[in-house]
Design a protein around this ligand. Structure first.
Ligand SMILES: Cc1cc2nc3c(=O)[nH]c(=O)nc-3n(C[C@H](O)[C@H](O)[C@H](O)COP(=O)(O)O)c2cc1C
Length: 397
């Protein structure tokens, strides 16, 4: 499936609905708010400019300034779109630091998601380095899980090699919408996905395709979402990164947005006109999990590690980014669903009975420690980009 084809069909179908909605907005005197809330400027403005790098750089891959690589690193997948990275660029190496101020609090008390996110940025950086004629040599710095410096990437000159995954960096977006229940991901593609684990790394992919396991995972994900929504601290820490007003989106250039929920144009148009409270947003998340995310998942994938060290979490991130870029090249939509792991960490933090911890341990058996879960499938429409701080804004002097 070419990602562009279904988009055209959906656009035509939703046109009439949106026209009706627009008339209602105008008749309600809501035009000013519609403009103010970006109804007519989806994916445009300063927060979305970093996604346009490809158009510029395609013509100029010969630009050997290592700063160029940061432009690709910042487009990586990352938990709650906090973008927890800082880069120090030298002529022959790039140092990567965790921006610890971007921690998601009780949603990520042990920096599991932060370190996976940093690993995603490393993967993009390496793909961009090769495309620009550098051989990257990555040194992951193990040690304390919340230590700020996480990696050094040495860059030596080599002949340019731009892999198909590099070309997917600007096209990859998390897809939180409904997937086609009648179109499973084929066994051949699942087998190909399994080969993406790097033999030298301890991060491995486990696929869950049988009905019984899918039901067990689906039920666990719903239970974990309910537990988060009913945990006042987690509900607050999760919602804190939701950006509703256009003003906030372009000022902070981070966080999750209505446009990234995978909803139809109509729902997003009306949603932008309303005020969204923490309670209504979390209730909506639970409802979508139950009614859209779980029932339409074609299969699930887990990333497991031998141990949860910082270096291995970074490797898990590299693997996730690789999987997502590869899936994008095949027209497969992906969506991380990490509520169960978020509850596992919370159970440890609060010394609670390890309900979710035990469940994940029994699912992965002897394969290692479960650190990341996602669903996959085919979507009718394309996902929209999420905001990004610019490469300049995340560079240390
Ligand atoms: C470690 C990690 C955990 C994530 N967990 C979730 C999740 O539980 N639910 C979700 O909808 N997205 C999750 N995501 C996806 C991010 O929210 C997404 O990458 C971010 O908002 C940026 O959007 P983009 O991927 O479209 O660029 C996760 C991503 C990472 C790297």
């Amino acid at each position: 499936m070419k990602p562009t084809e279904p988009q055209t069909k959906l656009s035509r179908r939703s046109f009439l609905k949106v026209s009706g909605a627009a008339l209602l907005l105008l008749s309600g005197g809501g035009l000013y708010r519609a403009v103010d809330q970006g109804v007519f400027s989806t994916s445009k403005g300063p927060a979305y400019e970093p996604w346009a790098i490809h158009a510029v750089n395609q013509a100029d891959l010969s630009d050997k300034a290592p700063e160029r690589l940061v432009h690709y690193a910042i487009l990586a997948s990352n938990a709650h779109n906090t973008q927890p990275w800082l880069f120090r660029v030298h002529a022959d190496r790039i140092e990567l630091y965790a921006d610890l101020s971007k921690n998601i609090g009780t949603m990520d008390p042990y920096f599991r998601e932060m370190n996976i996110s940093l690993g995603c940025a490393i993967e993009n950086l390496c793909l961009a380095a090769q495309a620009h004629g550098f051989e990257p040599n990555v040194k992951l710095l193990d040690g304390d899980i919340d230590q700020a410096k996480v990696a050094t990437i040495d860059l030596s000159p080599s002949s340019p090699h731009s892999s198909p995954l590099f070309h997917m960096i600007t096209k990859r977006h998390t897809h939180r919408g409904a997937y086609d229940s009648n179109k499973p991901v084929s066994v051949a593609l699942l087998n190909e996905m399994s080969t993406l684990s790097d033999h030298a790394s301890s991060a491995k992919l486990l696929l869950h395709t049988d009905q019984q396991m899918k039901e067990q995972l689906g039920s666990l994900i719903v239970q974990a979402t309910e537990a988060i929504v009913h945990d006042a601290d987690q509900a607050r820490d999760s919602h804190r990164w939701y950006r509703h007003s256009q003003d906030d989106i372009h000022r902070f250039k981070d966080g999750t947005t209505l446009d990234a929920t995978g909803n139809s144009t109509l729902v997003r148009v009306f949603g932008k006109m309303l005020s969204i409270s923490e309670k209504s947003s979390n209730a909506y998340w639970l409802k979508s999990t139950k009614e859209v995310h779980i029932p339409t998942a074609s299969a699930y994938g887990s990333i497991v590690l031998a141990t949860r060290s910082k270096a291995q979490l970074l490797e898990a991130g590299r693997l996730w980014q690789r999987i997502h870029l590869w899936a994008t090249s095949k027209g497969i939509a992906l969506h991380p669903l990490n509520q169960v792991n978020e509850r596992l960490d919370r159970e440890q933090q609060m010394n609670l009975t390890p309900h979710f911890g035990d469940a994940l341990r029994s699912i992965v058996g002897g394969h290692g420690e479960h650190v990341f879960l996602f669903r996959m499938g085919y979507a009718r429409d394309q996902a929209l980009p999420s905001p990004r701080r610019s490469a300049d804004e995340v560079q240390l002097q």
